[in-house]
Structures are given as structure tokens and as C-alpha cells.
Design a protein around this ligand. Structure first.
Ligand SMILES: [Fe+2]
Ligand SMILES: [Fe+2]
Length: 299
């Protein structure tokens, strides 16, 4: 089942990040706060790379009416990711003020620059995007589905993470559909997923450890207890994420095999007071307006 353009809408999140948030915003828990912070640190560079990859993919898409629907869906994907990278940029400014050091952005920038310098094939860039989108979608599902992933966290941080999770859920198939439409095959997508997933595990853990070091909470017993319960406790990552992540290796897999868009819809409906639609679902006619909005939130 492919994503149709009517499914996607770019939204502005109406929360004030200028006032910042507490250092241990996740129910006073250093590990959980620093883990989520690490993920946020990766988004501005990562999501810009996804935008660039699918934009390059659009250039390769034959200009025929059969692809109009995918074309506008990709535009709306770009609009959603552009708003995410913008708000996580504001989030990360505050982390810097708290004394954290975002190394992940430099690791990611170096990789993206190297890929460009070596003229990496656009399909590989899209396959990597689809792979990261799958990791994000699995985490997003858990964030929306299991209350204890964010329970008792600072309310505006719960809103931010669940808004992002809802939109990731909505657009989880877009890069994958573009990859397949451009003729991308199984081997490339499986290899790219293995590479992206390993990199994600290593870099997310390295950045979290670094954050804990700067937070002076690395050597506290409760930090390590929190890490074990996040992985192995009730609805822990190990139990809830391992199989869904590995399903990506199944030949014939499609992100919407597990159609959880209702979960996103429910959250967005229940919390409609916290967001504004920036642009309603894309059409061929409003593509120019969407591009203008994307440029407005670009760095
Ligand atoms: Fe995103
Ligand atoms: Fe995404």
C-alpha cells in the first residue's frame, strides 16, 4: 500500500522552545533525557541529507503523469522533514547552552560530504534514507504506542517527540516508494539498511555516553539502571524494536505492511490544539508554495 498525497500535511508545532527545558526533562532521568537528546542532535544534518536525497531522486523520475502522485508526496515529505530539522535545531541550541557537545552532527556531515565527493549513486542515497526512515518509524511507533516511553516527561517535550513521531509514521513509506519506483532492488536496500542500522546503534550510543559525561551522570548507578530498563524493561527497546527492525530484510517488505497510520491520526486529532497546518496536502498546484515554506525554514 503506497502513501497517497492526501495522507500528508506539513504542520507547525506551537510550543515555545525559547524558554528552554530542564536538563533532565525526561522525568528527572539523566539517561533517558540524554538518549533522546542524542537523537535530536542527529536530526538537522540527517534530515537535510534525506531531503537532498529525495530531491535528487525527483530529478530522475520520468516526467509522466503516472508519477504525479509520488512527486507531490515527496514534496510534502520534504516539507515535513524541513519543519522537523528546524525545530530540532532550536532544541539543539538549548542543549548547547546546557553544555552538551553535539559530535554526531560532525560525524554525519563528514559522511555526507564524502558521499558527495565520491559521487555516490543517487539510488544509494535514497536507499540509505529509506533505511534511516525505517529505524525512525519503528521508534516513532513505540513513542506513540507505549505511554511509558515518555511518561512523566516535561509536557512540551512529550508533545515535540510525539508530533515528530506522528509525522514520521505518516511518511514512513515515501523514500521507500521513491526508491522502488526508480528501480531500486533488494540487495542495495538490504546492504544500506545493515550499514545504516549499525551506524545508528554506534553513533546514538556514543553521543549518549558523551552527553552523560558532560552531564556528569555517566558514572552514576541509576544512569545504568535506567539504560537497562529502557532496553529490557516493560516495552523495552529490545523487545519492541528488534523484530520490526529486522523485518526490513524480508524480500517483498513494504513499510506500510504494518499500517499504523491510525496511531498517528489519533494522536494528531487528540492534540490538534498544539499544531497548525502549514500546508494542506500537496497538489500539483501548491508545490510552489510548499517549496517557499521549505526555504523559509532552511538554515
Ligand atoms: Fe523527521
Ligand atoms: Fe522522516
Amino acid at each position: 500500500m503506497n502513501t497517497s498525497p492526501s495522507d500528508l500535511c506539513a504542520r507547525k508545532l506551537c510550543i515555545d522552545l525559547k524558554q528552554g527545558f530542564p536538563r533532565h526533562w525526561h522525568r528527572g532521568d539523566a539517561f533517558r533525557s540524554m538518549y533522546f537528546n542524542a537523537l535530536s542532535m542527529s536530526f538537522p544534518v540527517g534530515e537535510q541529507a534525506f531531503i537532498d536525497a529525495v530531491r535528487a531522486g525527483l530529478e530522475l523520475l520520468p516526467d509522466n503523469p503516472e508519477h504525479n502522485s509520488l512527486r507531490v508526496t515527496v514534496q510534502q515529505f520534504i516539507a515535513q522533514e524541513a519543519t522537523h530539522r528546524h525545530i530540532h535545531g532550536l532544541y539543539n541550541v538549548h542543549l548547547e547552552k546546557q553544555g552538551l557537545d553535539n559530535r554526531w552532527q560532525h560525524w554525519a556531515t563528514k559522511r555526507v560530504d564524502a558521499a558527495r565527493a565520491n559521487n555516490m549513486h543517487p539510488l544509494t542515497m535514497i536507499a540509505l534514507t529509506a533505511a534511516y526512515e525505517h529505524c525512525t518509524a519503528v521508534f516513532a511507533d513505540c513513542t506513540l504506542r507505549y505511554d511509558n516511553w515518555l511518561d512523566h516527561a516535561e509536557p512540551k517535550m512529550q508533545m515535540l517527540w510525539r508530533w515528530h513521531a506522528a509525522e514520521e509514521t505518516e511518511h514512513k513509506a515515501v523514500a521507500f516508494d521513491l526508491y522502488q519506483t526508480l528501480g531500486g532492488g533488494y540487495t542495495r536496500r538490504a546492504l544500506c539498511f545493515a550499514y545504516a542500522f549499525l551506524l545508528f546503534v554506534v553513533e546514538s550510543n556514543a553521543q549518549t555516553l558523551l552527553n552523560l559525561w558532560h552531564d556528569r551522570s555517566l558514572f552514576k548507578l541509576r544512569t545504568w539502571w535506567s539504560m537497562s530498563t529502557l532496553a529490557l524493561g516493560k516495552n523495552g527497546m529490545f523487545w519492541r524494536c528488534t523484530l520490526p527492525l529486522l523485518r526490513y530484510f524480508k524480500p517483498g517488505f513494504h513499510p506500510n505492511d504494518d499500517d499504523n497510520r491510525e496511531l498517528a491520526e489519533q494522536w494528531l486529532t487528540k492534540n490538534a490544539y498544539i499544531w497548525e497546518a502549514v500546508r494542506r496536502p500537496a497538489t500539483q498546484d501548491n508545490r510552489g508554495a510548499i517549496n517557499a515554506m521549505v526555504r523559509a525554514v532552511a538554515p
